[in-house]
Design a protein. Structure first.
Lengths: 500, 99
């Protein structure tokens, strides 16, 4: 399998996800060959188009792990947390199948079942493969996928192929053991706990071997990397290059989460996570070599629903016990919905292609002197500005420049935690939200209250409710044009100082 | 001679399939080792398998109550930081328990 060589990320006016909240840009999925696009078009985690229409769930059947990562604490669990490795109830394979079928019958958008922990799925091969085996019999219309640290992967590749798993995610934080030994304190390998450089050497070798073996068998591989400033941030462009050359189709660089209260090595030793800008810059740097994923929500290992939402509470074991399920009928409904959505996506892609000729936002002569502006958008989906500021749990951040509008990232307002007084630092919700919007000059929303309006303005962020229900990219382009007309975009030293 | 799994166990299942004597079993509130079956892996492995894979420091002890994986030995977290975390979580628990 050969990946197309993509040009470095260009801010795009053309292309882009014109009718969705993610702002897909040309350096992402559209560069994929047709046969891969076909495989991922209804996978919410792999296709930015799909994530507005299709839902996924993770079943937590795999508690054991065979390595330790410095960003993970195996002791920690909190129902208020939303991040990888966190679950509230561990399931047996039978319970996992029951839950999957209950969710699939009640959420017709459910297209993908993943096993992602809370340990390493392939360090629990019996529980993981028993779940896959039963699901491929009882729910054949659901795609199966798995994520792994890669240590056991070479031993499991044939079994994975047998269960018709066509997507695997490997977390690869480095290709150089010298970097790896700063991330992995130990691995369990051939009946021994191995530490230090030797552990990192074995792990990186097994990851690369597993990656190649999957590609040989035609299984799609996505690579996840955790960006750890000062440890692997400068190394990840190299990782991107290597995994692409071996055949991975997508690279997802995620920010390190390292709050001290999580009790991880990084959290307790003051290792910081990257800023939004550092993350975006690295994603841009890697995108010259690789399709980058930018809409990852770093889900829990038992998440249920559309990306960015979690409906796990509706499907706890005691609740699914009493659900009446007609899976055959549900399968028909799901097939119809899938066909409708794929049709809609297809027509959107066609419209997007037609729009590629759209002219730049401002004239080229003026362009050189204009600075880019970051804007945040409150949206409940559908690709339009349609959410009240106070209801937004996350904002989508776009960059408008003379070249056009492009999606940069999403930002959560709750910073992974909705906990109460027991774990908060007493900061107000509004204060946290404003902090999350740092670097943005404008926030677009359907409506906004009087108090937040004043506080946002005081923080140098202009609230804007004038574009309610308009497509996001159009609204941002309009605001950018207004800013230009008002002379706010000319590059002047004072402006730079003010916004720095 | 037998090893002991104590209340620090997080029920991750990692040790159970590795035991050459099938001495480890799932129990509430945490996994346990049958002392009649445990041989500390003597004759089977160079080191006790449960303690080799266990990710939780101090969760597995020998018959004298000595942890096979002492504090900091697995995570590399400095002892002072572990202590501070422990104190903080005690404070949080106390705060939650208060009406």
């Amino acid at each position: 399998m050969e990946l197309p060589v993509l040009t470095p990320a260009q801010p795009v006016a053309k292309g882009g996800c014109s009718a969705s909240s993610c702002g897909t840009s040309n350096d992402q999925m559209s560069g994929l060959p047709e046969h891969i696009l076909k495989k991922v078009q209804d996978h919410p985690c792999y296709s930015e188009d799909a994530h507005h229409y299709f839902a996924r769930m993770h079943v937590a059947v795999a508690p054991a792990c065979n390595i330790q990562c410095h960003y993970c604490n195996r002791k920690y669990d909190c129902a208020n947390e939303s991040r990888p490795g966190v679950v509230s109830e561990l399931l047996t394979p039978e319970q996992a199948v029951k839950k999957t079928i209950a969710v699939a019958a009640n959420i017709p958008q459910m297209s993908v079942l993943g096993i992602a922990g809370p340990g390493d799925p392939l360090a629990n091969p019996e529980r993981t493969f028993e779940t896959f085996r039963m699901l491929s019999e009882q729910a054949p219309d659901i795609k199966l996928c798995v994520s792994t640290n890669g240590l056991s992967l070479p031993d499991c590749v044939d079994e994975l192929a047998k269960h018709n798993i066509d997507h695997v995610t490997i977390t690869i934080n480095c290709v150089d053991p010298a970097v790896g030994e700063k991330i992995y304190p130990w691995i369990f390998w051939q009946n021994r706990r191995i530490k230090g450089r030797e552990a990192a050497e074995i792990l990186t070798e097994r990851q690369q071997l597993g990656l190649s073996m999957l590609i040989e068998r035609g299984i799609l591989v996505k690579v996840n990397s955790v960006m750890i400033p000062g440890v692997n941030d400068e190394h990840l462009a190299e990782v991107s290059k290597v995994v692409k050359s071996k055949g991975a189709f997508l690279h997802n660089v995620m920010p390190l989460i390292s709050e001290p209260e999580h009790g991880t090595f990084y959290g307790l030793t003051g290792q910081r996570g990257p800023t939004q800008d550092e993350l975006n810059d690295l994603q841009d740097a890697c995108s010259g070599d690789m399709n980058m994923m930018r809409h990852c929500r770093q889900c829990r290992a038992d998440a249920v629903g559309l990306l960015g939402e979690d409906r796990g509470e509706e499907f706890t074991l005691d609740k699914i016990e009493n659900m009446e399920i007609d899976y055959a009928a549900a399968m028909v409904r799901r097939a119809e919905l899938r066909a409708d959505v794929l049709n809609e996506l297809e027509s959107k892609r066609a419209a997007k292609a037609a729009k590629q000729q759209v002219s730049n936002l401002v004239s080229l002569e003026a362009a050189a002197a204009l600075r880019p502006v970051k804007m945040a958008v409150a949206t409940a989906g559908g690709g339009v500005v349609n959410q009240h500021f106070g209801h937004a749990k996350e904002f989508l951040v776009y960059e408008a420049s003379a070249q056009g509008v492009r999606f940069l990232s999403h930002r959560k307002t709750d910073l992974y935690c909705e906990g109460g007084s027991s774990c908060g630092d007493g900061e107000s919700v509004l204060g946290r939200t404003i902090k999350a919007l740092e670097g943005c000059e404008v926030v677009l929303c359907s409506k906004i209250g009087f108090e937040p309006w004043g506080l946002l303005e005081a923080a140098g962020i202009q609230p804007n409710g004038e574009h309610a229900m308009e497509p996001i990219e159009d609204a941002i382009a309009a605001v950018y044009a207004e800013m230009q007309a008002a002379g706010k975009l000319v590059v002047q030293p004072s402006v730079w100082l003010k916004t720095a | 001679m037998a090893l002991i799994i104590n209340e620090l166990c997080v029920n991750c299942f990692a040790c159970e399939p590795l035991c050459p004597n099938k001495a480890i079993y799932q129990a509430k509130p945490h996994f346990l080792i049958n002392p009649d079956l445990c041989t500390e892996c003597l004759g089977d492995h160079d080191a006790p398998q449960c303690a080799e894979i266990c990710p939780i420091e101090c969760a597995i002890e020998d018959e004298y109550g000595e942890p096979l994986n002492p504090p900091g030995s697995l995570t590399g977290i400095p002892l002072q930081a572990l202590q501070a975390l422990h104190e903080q979580s005690m404070l949080n628990q106390a705060a939650v328990l208060q009406p």
